[in-house]
Design a protein around this ligand. Sequence first.
Ligand SMILES: [Zn+2]
Length: 310
Amino acid sequence: MSFLELAILFVFGTAVGSFLNVIIHRYCPSFFIFSRKIIGGRSHCPHCGGILRWFELVPLISFFIQGGRCRRCRARLSWQYPLVELLSGLIFVVVPFYFLGPISPISPISPISPISPIGPIGLMGLVLVIAWVLVFLTWLLIFFIDLRWFIIPNELNAAIAVLGVFITAGLALGQDFISPFSDSFLRYYALIFSPWPGQVIINHFLGALAGGAVFGLIFFLGRGRAMGLGDVKLAIVSGLAFGWPDIGLAIILSFLLGGAVAAVLLAAGMRCLRDKIPFGPIFVVAAAAIVFWGEKIIAGYFQLFSLPLG
Ligand SMILES: [Zn+2]
């Protein structure tokens, strides 16, 4: 992918990020997330209600030119606006570059035939890129909505479920053209943990089952206090998108990360033991890390136990 293509994708991604900001800031649990109540109407300042002009709506740039304040009432604007725009822009650059670039997790069966834009593997690559970009955007929405409302909207979990079906179908149909273990972000380590390595449909079904079993058990044992039903659904649909064993590592990492976040918040006096901490944002960060560093994380873990040679 050329620099120009990546630059165009980034700018487009920041514009999508502006749209995601509208959803995050106007979301209200009693309305369907894509209803006109939430996404309709002109953009306005949340403080003075002034309708924003086009030059106040340029992603990233407007925020910094205005020094993070409304042009009319000088009220401080949330740092989430530029952050969401930046993250969305990065998703549009990093995910396609990761799947289609030189470090692609999908490697063709024959090293002589690189991933071409045409043919079955090119088509599968395209399906995977689009599906994963959309999964990341949905995770981004979940991160900020759960942080604010302690709710993971059903609509967003349903979107990941649909994308999970596309990812599974794309991998299953392209299976004959990619090397074994290209269907797992843990690559060859999947062999150790999966009873049916390379069985795409079984593994993705198993992933959903594992996500539901682990989080469902915590929900049941904690009587809904330790974890919400939205978290259970998120684990199920993310398990469908990931497949087994990737979802297993994502869950373990999310628990480690959750413990670390809780410890830091307690130590900093920002939360006490009885306070709730939304688990969605933590799970989303862990899951995103598995996509890019799943193989490295598991390799690093095994290295901890390897004996120094010589
Ligand atoms: Zn204002």
